[in-house]
Ligand binder design. Structure first.
Ligand code: ADP
Ligand code: MG
Length: 327
């Protein structure tokens, strides 16, 4: 019989790594606090995201993918601010100390962490219903943050990567649509393993190319609404210009439009920028290996106007995610 894992064994075996901390971490796991060293003169960017079983993922979800996604959604928040990752903490409630689960989860988590030079510096571990909460720390120069309240009338609206495949995979899991197994697997990759656009966000912030940005977690239309409200502006969005994911692109036009415009779980960046920066933004997309697509325009007139490729108004039945108004 294998020995039961104590809380401290668990932290030591799966989360405390025997390697020197990076230059940004003066002290990592093991003391009362971690000590981080942001670069002199930089602002600290801080964000938390929680993943709850049966709310954000299905019970029995693959632990490697969960480890990846838990950190990916936090890195995505840093990307949306234009911040460079420094480190993160992990608060974990676990029903039991399951070695296979911990092994998969920590491998998924560290694989992504190492790709971004973002060290796990501390956390908390307790018994309870599966709940994963990460707090991430990043840094950026004052004046470089891509804030939601900074969009200006006349700005272009841009989207990174592609939209809607994550929502399509969810719809297939829920038997709302039918996908062949290969298509389902491809779309599911977007649902379970989102790619945080950290490099693009950094380039947009450092080059002062964009005014406002956010990451699309609850669907583009709803999330863009946050930028419009905070910046006191309106917008026209060309729904047919939205870059549909490769699987969604093969679906019927109505589904394609709805899932691209209001899918959820995309973790792409939506940002606004002056038209004079178009070439520089395309170059930043190229440099960061991230597609960027122009999809609309910020306007002084309040409200969001959805149009088709000919500029004709579109009435789409859309709703983003709101955890307290939907069941
Ligand atoms: P405290 O008693 O101060 O809450 P703990 O005994 O919970 O400290 O944790 C001991 C050390 O292990 C601390 O440095 C803490 O940050 C770290 N730690 C606890 N849980 C985790 C976790 N899930 N991931 C990373 N570090 C953790
Ligand atoms: Mg503790």
């Amino acid at each position: 019989m294998t020995r039961m894992l104590s809380e401290f064994d668990l932290i030591k075996q799966y989360f405390q790594r025997a390697r020197p901390a990076g230059p940004q971490t003066v002290l990592g796991i093991g003391d009362d606090c971690a000590l981080l060293a942001p670069s002199p003169g930089k602002l600290l960017a801080v964000s938390s995201d929680m993943l709850v079983e049966d709310r954000h993922f299905f019970a029995g979800a693959d632990p490697f993918r969960l480890g990846h996604k838990s950190l990916a959604v936090n890195l995505s928040d840093l990307a949306a601010m234009g911040a460079a990752p420094l480190g993160f903490t992990l608060a974990l409630a676990l029903p039991k100390a399951d070695r296979d689960w911990l092994d998969g989860f920590s491998r998924g988590l560290f694989a992504l962490a190492d790709r971004h030079g973002c060290e796990l510096v501390g956390g908390d571990t307790t018994k309870g219903p599966l709940n994963i909460c990460i707090t991430i720390f990043g840094e950026l120069a004052p004046g470089q943050a891509l804030r939601r309240d900074a969009a200006r009338a006349g700005d272009d609206i841009w989207i990174s990567g592609t939209l809607g495949d994550a929502r399509l995979a969810l719809a297939a899991c829920l038997d709302e649509v039918e996908l062949d197994p290969d298509a389902h697997a491809l779309a599911a990759q977007r649902l379970h393993a989102p790619t945080p656009r950290v490099a693009l966000g950094r380039l947009l912030a450092e080059g002062r190319l964009a005014h406002a940005a956010l990451d699309i977690s609850d669907g583009l239309v709803g999330d863009l609404g946050h930028i419009l409200a905070a910046s006191r502006v309106g917008a026209t969005l060309d729904v047919d210009a939205l870059p549909a994911g490769p699987v969604l692109a093969r679906q019927a036009p109505d589904l394609r439009r709805r899932f691209a415009a209001a899918g959820g779980d995309d973790y792409e960046l939506c940002f606004t920028a002056p038209a004079a920066h178009r070439d520089a933004i395309l170059a930043a997309g190229e440099r960061s290996g991230t597609a960027v697509t122009r999809v609309g325009r910020i306007e002084a007139e309040a409200g969001l106007r959805l149009v088709d490729r000919d500029g004709a108004p579109l009435a789409l039945q859309l709703h983003g995610w709101d955890h307290f108004s939907t069941t």
